[in-house]
Design a protein around this ligand. Structure first.
Ligand code: MG
Length: 368
């Protein structure tokens, strides 16, 4: 089987509500999505998506994905999409780094490989758990009142997992954490996501003040050096997210004991092929996993769900998905959707969901 054509679409995905990170430092209203269709000489078609969370969140942006694909496409034509490692090597040779541009190609090829084998991607990766995965809601709020309001909105839709965005004023962060913990339901999974906003001193101030609550903080400081520096001075469990980009990062975090949770965002780490190695490093070191779409439509959510299904049930915290935050639906209601706060693995071969191609309009690029 050979790749004969790579077709690229762009879609704007507006958020239903404006969204704030870092206690109000960063505002997001619309996501720039790139949808990739790969055609083969045997008639199988695979789809991938790359949707960074805006362009101010991490070093990734929508136009960068499309430029990266333009550079890599000539090296992909003629490859067998089922040979994922060949595809990975071709992309890494054609364009070192730029992992976020490679993720949608990797996803399309996994989709084709799953269809060719007649099994869902998770089963092709070795076996997917059918235990539904809780979806983590994003609670991007600034005040105690807004936090309660957003969490209750998600609870009304069945959500039991919440990523509460903090990292603004330190005193306000402490007050918000205490309020959320005072109102949390027994079965709820809550993680406090700082998105790199704190200095080392600020991180220690909040983490020590809330020590008795034993809550998990995601990416409390900018870098792994910062996280390593504060590690001996607090007792809080840590999830590393934005600083987990390469396999070398994963190895360092595991070896040096810098985190109890890996926050694996598929677009940031370059797709399922690379993410699966991080999963294995985590599991080999007793580290839990929180799998995340970086942003985007139900396609990105489904990719995250496939990886989450290959993590043992006890080690999988949740799946972050943003389908309920996006105001448009490029897949016409198809694919895994929020059912009482959980996502169920699709049984269709491959990814299990494709976009409504007519609704995407004309492609922005075709390589053949
Ligand atoms: Mg995060």
């Amino acid at each position: 089987m050979k790749i004969t054509r790579v077709t690229v679409y762009q879609a704007d995905l507006p958020l239903a509500h404006p969204y704030w990170l870092s206690g109000g430092r960063l505002k997001f209203e619309i996501l720039d999505a790139t949808l990739v269709r790969i055609d083969t000489d045997e008639g199988l078609v695979g789809w991938g998506e790359g949707t960074p969370w805006g362009h101010t969140y991490v070093p990734a942006h929508g136009p960068g994905i499309r430029a990266g694909i333009e550079t890599m496409a000539p090296f992909l034509i003629g490859l067998d999409p089922r040979r994922l490692l060949d595809v990975e090597r071709a992309m890494d040779l054609a364009l070192p780094g730029h992992l976020y541009a490679k993720a949608p190609i990797d996803m399309s090829c996994w989709d084709i490989a799953g269809q060719a084998a007649g099994v869902p991607i998770a089963d092709l990766m070795g076996g997917g758990s059918r235990t539904p995965r809780p979806i983590a809601a994003s609670v991007g709020a600034k005040t105690i009142e807004e936090t309660r309001e957003v969490m209750d909105r998600y609870r009304a839709r069945g959500y039991v997992a919440h990523s509460v965005k903090i990292g603004g004023d330190v005193d306000r962060d402490i007050a918000r954490i205490r309020d959320v913990e005072a109102h949390r339901a027994e079965n709820e999974i809550i993680l406090y996501d700082v998105n790199r906003a704190w200095s080392r001193a600020q991180a220690l101030q909040v983490m020590c003040a809330t020590e008795a609550l034993n809550v998990t903080f995601e990416q409390p400081c900018e870098s792994l050096d910062d996280i390593a520096a504060i590690a001996p001075k607090h007792a809080a469990p840590v999830s590393v997210d934005e600083s987990l980009v390469t396999l070398q990062d994963a190895a360092r975090i595991a070896r040096d004991g810098l985190a109890e949770v890996f926050g694996i965002k598929l677009n940031r780490v370059g797709g399922l092929t690379k993410a699966a190695r991080m999963r294995d490093i985590a599991l080999a070191h007793g580290i839990d996993i929180f799998v995340m779409a970086t942003g985007g439509s139900v396609l990105a959510d489904t990719e995250a769900l496939h990886l989450a299904a290959t993590v043992s049930d006890h080690a999988c915290r949740a799946v972050w998905a943003c389908q309920d935050m996006i105001a448009v639906d490029i897949a016409g209601g198809r694919g895994p959707r929020n059912r009482n706060g959980h996502l169920h693995l699709p049984e269709a071969p491959g990814l299990g969901v494709h976009p409504d191609e007519d609704a995407l309009g004309a492609p922005v690029a075709v390589y053949s």
